[in-house]
Design a protein around this ligand. Structure first.
Ligand SMILES: [Zn+2]
Ligand SMILES: [Zn+2]
Length: 241
């Protein structure tokens, strides 16, 4: 069995708790029995490399990922097989971030950590806003880089496909749809179910360390799966049961 959560924030997201360093996230995820996680900060991935460097020591797989905001303010989780592809995608995001400084008194700091929980940098750019990239552009760039796009918390009252666009378009290049974890539990979603033809998953969207591991999905597998693509392909083939 492989237990995974593709949606976790670190202290690099202004809205997340500052104890959420890569090491503390991985330790908590390991304690909770997760095999594979992604650290998905808002329009930023500066803590991912550190998390990947810690992965083998802590015994967890870290999938390179990010939560990108489109120009329509739709949040999309982008996952990659290789760190280099995420780094390429980050360059595209940085070229398309509106020039604005993070008002720390309103949003909080955006922190970069080393492997030992030391804060080594602060990101002063405002990241909690939409980029200049449309949803379609994000989907095509992620695909071009060999990655996967999963619109986040699709029914949430803000920053979702439904709140920003009003619909989930069939035939789009989404690899899955993420249902917010409380809705997932309340409405008894299961992997194998589909909406508009897209497989559904959930993620913790953890902003506090104790929320890491509270939400996870389990996929039957004889060996631990380490590739996000493999997980998404398996889920797409499942029947609800
Ligand atoms: Zn979000
Ligand atoms: Zn999030």
């Amino acid at each position: 069995m492989t237990s995974f959560d593709f949606h976790i924030h670190s202290g690099l997201s202004a809205c997340a708790e500052k104890t959420m360093s890569p090491r503390q996230i991985l330790l908590q995820a390991s304690k909770a029995g997760l095999d594979l996680i992604s650290i998905t900060d808002h329009n930023s991935s500066a803590n991912v490399k550190t998390a990947m460097d810690l992965a083998s020591e802590i015994g967890i797989t870290v999938v390179p990922g990010i939560e990108v905001s489109s120009v329509e303010e739709v949040h999309i989780i982008a996952l990659f097989e290789e760190y280099g592809s995420l780094a390429e995608f980050q360059k595209i995001i940085d070229e398309n971030m509106p020039e604005a400084e993070n008002p720390t008194d309103i949003f909080g700091y955006q922190l970069v950590y080393d492997c030992n929980d030391e804060i080594i940098d602060t990101d002063d750019k405002l990241r909690q806003i939409g980029t200049n990239l449309g949803v379609d552009m994000i989907l095509s760039e992620v695909r071009r880089l060999g990655g996967y796009s999963i619109p986040a918390h699709v029914y949430r009252y803000k920053f979702s496909l439904i709140s920003q666009l009003g619909f989930i378009a069939p035939g789009s290049d989404f690899d899955a749809l993420e249902i917010g974890s409380s809705q997932w539990k309340k409405e008894k979603f299961k992997i194998g179910m589909k909406i508009e033809g897209y497989p559904v998953i959930t993620g913790s969207d953890a902003h506090f360390i104790e929320d890491v591991g509270r939400t996870s999905l389990n996929l039957e597998s004889s060996e631990k799966i380490k590739s996000p693509g493999e997980i998404l392909r398996l889920i797409a083939r499942l029947q609800p049961g």
